[in-house]
Design a protein around this ligand. Structure first.
Ligand code: PLP
Length: 367
């Protein structure tokens, strides 16, 4: 591929000396779990997200799962989730014992449609879990207003939106708590799995810390049946390096997105991403829609351009959720998006030649 969909090694190469030095530092420290690197990263990431607490955990799914459990959500409860999201949002809810209740997205922003949330609320609803999909913040003021009216918690799935702003405020600080993923391909990605919860709630933060560490505050004393889900020293130390670059890398993503949007103005065969005035997205993905998505994917691949589908099958139609008995047509917007969306290459290391190739390719074709 002349333009690979994602080039993870480029991030390593840009800061190779720093990462290698960090590796030696952590190896030499003799501490590999629960040490000063994790503590420092938690402080730095909390400050970055403009919140009081950050708790490092094993991955993004655990972050969402543990924050639900720590909030007392479980069997018999319902949590409102988008009908179009990565399956982890739903899995976090089912692992807690609660039931995910899907709500359709706005077709233009791809994010949960606040107009559709109210009719999904029942006497069992305990929380709303919006996803800042593709790096664009969901309409949090409207979601929070509804939540307040119905006495619900709001948890952000911020796994794709490190550093994004909503009306000038950072994602991760917009609800009761948020879950982040540091999976390598995310805007802030480790060299392995990692995740974090951010919150301003002292009690919740303490509970999540407890749950992720075997239910133990004092070694070998277990207050609750916890889990083992911790961010490790090496990943935390690497993330500290990348955090210093996150804003710059997000700006570079934005420059690519702006180029794409400018250059494709007037292109009628595809639908371009739409950004509301109040949103400052971080362009985790650049997602267009086309009725000929599969053909476009094939043709772009033949021109050396890698593209992907996020996501080809919505959660309610996955085999994993046959138990809910959803039929095709149950969530038509999510289903249509799953057939029409195409993610184009975007990232801090896409060079001008590569960008131009993508731009020209989409401009010059009939579909
Ligand atoms: C990546 C992702 C997750 C899960 O993160 P992991 O670290 O892979 O467990 C959750 N939600 C969304 C929307 C994601 O993109």
């Amino acid at each position: 591929m002349i333009v690979p969909f994602l080039d993870l090694k480029a991030q390593y190469l840009e800061l190779k000396e720093k990462f290698n030095a960090v590796y030696i530092r952590v190896m030499d420290s003799g501490t590999y779990i629960s040490g000063s690197e994790v503590e420092a990263f938690e402080t730095e990431f909390a400050a970055y997200c403009q919140v009081k607490h950050c708790i490092g955990v094993g991955n993004g799914l655990d972050a969402l799962h543990l924050l639900l459990r720590a909030s007392g959500i479980g069997t018999g409860d319902e949590v409102i989730v988008p009908s179009n999201t990565y399956i982890a949002t739903w899995l976090a809810v089912t692992y807690s014992g609660a039931t995910p209740v899907p709500v359709e997205p706005d077709e233009r922003t791809y994010n949960i449609n606040p107009d559709c949330i109210e009719k999904a609320i029942t006497g069992r609803t305990k929380a709303i879990m919006p996803v800042h999909l593709y790096g664009q913040p969901a309409d949090m003021d409207r979601i929070n207003t509804l939540a307040l009216r119905f006495g619900l918690k709001v948890f952000e799935d911020a796994a794709q939106a490190h550093g994004a702003h909503y009306k000038g405020r950072k994602t991760g600080s917009l609800g009761d708590a948020a879950g982040f993923s540091f999976y390598p391909g995310k805007n802030l990605g480790a060299f392995g799995d990692g995740g974090a919860v951010t919150t301003n709630d002292d009690v919740l933060a303490e509970k999540i810390r407890l749950l992720g560490n075997y239910g133990s505050r004092l070694k070998y004393h277990h207050e609750v049946k916890g889990f083992n889900s911790r961010l490790d020293e090496l990943q935390a130390a690497m993330l500290r390096v990348k955090l210093t670059k996150l804003d710059e890398w997000n700006i570079r993503r934005k420059l690519v997105a702006t180029q794409y949007l400018d250059q494709w103005q007037g292109v009628t065969n595809v639908m371009l991403p739409f950004v509301p005035l109040w949103a400052d997205p971080v362009w985790h993905l650049f997602v267009i829609q086309s009725r000929q998505r599969n053909e476009l994917h094939k043709q772009l691949a033949e021109s050396g351009i890698g593209t992907m589908f996020h996501y080809p099958v919505p959660p309610h139609l996955q085999d994993a959720y046959v138990e809910y008995g959803y039929i095709r047509g149950a969530f038509p917007i999510a289903e249509k998006l799953s057939q029409d969306v195409l993610s184009l290459p975007i990232g801090p290391h896409l060079n001008p030649m590569q960008q131009q190739l993508v731009i020209n390719n989409l401009k010059g074709r009939q579909i």
